[in-house]
Design a protein around this ligand. Sequence first.
Ligand SMILES: Nc1ncnc2c1ncn2[C@@H]1O[C@H](COP(=O)(O)OS(=O)(=O)O)[C@@H](OP(=O)(O)O)[C@H]1O
Length: 392
Amino acid sequence: MTLGCKWRYFRIIVILLVLFILLLGSFLNTQVSLLVPLFSGQESFHPVTNIMFLKTHKTASSTVMNILYRFTEKRNLTVALPAGQLFHLGYPWLFLTKYVEGFKDLNGTFNIMCNHLRFNPTEVEKVMPNNTFYFSILRNPVAQLESAFVYYKGYVPAFQKTKSLNEFLASPLKYYNETLSIKNIYARNNMWFDFGYDNNRRGEGYVRDAIREIQWRFQLILISDYFDESMVLLRNTLRWELDDVVYFKLNSRSEKSIQNLTRENRERVKEWCALDWELYRHFNRTFWQKLRAVVGLKRLAREVALLRERQRELMDVCIQDGRPKNKTQIKDANLKPYQSGEADILGYNLKQHLDNETLARCQRMVMPEIQYMAHLYSQQFPTNPPKKIRLQ
Ligand SMILES: Nc1ncnc2c1ncn2[C@@H]1O[C@H](COP(=O)(O)OS(=O)(=O)O)[C@@H](OP(=O)(O)O)[C@H]1O
């Protein structure tokens, strides 16, 4: 065979190979693109892996936690999980190291801490390495209190005797007694309480000092009302890939369990939860300052659009009917979210016939926090009795 002839054969084989790969790609369609992370390689140099997330209540914190759990698995990291049969790290009591499973044996190796706890910096610092990145999330207190009211309706004494949040806000002190029960923390300045401060105290100096201290201890405070913008800022700050912060909304309620507040009562929340309101106002301001400085508004718009596009793409791949479902519609017990109070908490059904790799990825994205925590616990402590899960 002449050299020219060999060269012709070689070119034909290369063309056939390219055609074959293109054909295979179109057959597997989205499932191929699912496995190719956005921005992979570009941002993955030295991503931050030692992270403490203060999981505040009713602030989209379960969605953030799901992101952190997935990152934990992807990078083979160690999480500080609740000990024994606990589901929280001692909440509502101030955090102590004894609430962490295996604290003594694993000390010095924890990367991630993200379960509900009441912040107690000296004890948290005993668990987490010196170079830990601290962050948290806040929500507009009007929406946060409304969400908490419905979720903790039967649990919180201050909420039990009222039909609606409108009724409660008309005269809150008729129902709220700060010394009656620790459970009342959910009824007033709950985010302030989560940061470890007194949710019933007043005073300009006290508020200023507390906010200054939070700013000093936490490198970043996200705002759940701007969740996608928050994810872009988080990704850029931690040098993560965009795919690491793609999410499905978790722990949301159906429309029918949302209460509408009168305009007057929306204003009243700002007085009733004045500490949370100050906290939110301050960190909403610094959030936008950071976004401008770290990301810039042009790149922000581009990355938010990419994030939403990727979310839609994954919705198409993973989620049956492309929307969340209520508890009676969710087939797989492992994907049923915990139900509380009068909230109708939604979850997801996955599409059928997903290949194993895609199924595992989709399952992780929709797995409610209790099941995911139990899964990581069994993985990290295979010889311990598994967590007993209750979903009501
Ligand atoms: N991505 C995103 N963007 C905006 N809002 C979101 C998101 N994910 C969850 N949520 C809303 O957050 C509320 C649940 O908060 P948490 O998960 O922190 O609740 S919990 O304290 O852990 O029970 C809950 O609010 P309500 O629906 O008002 O109750 C969720 O709908």
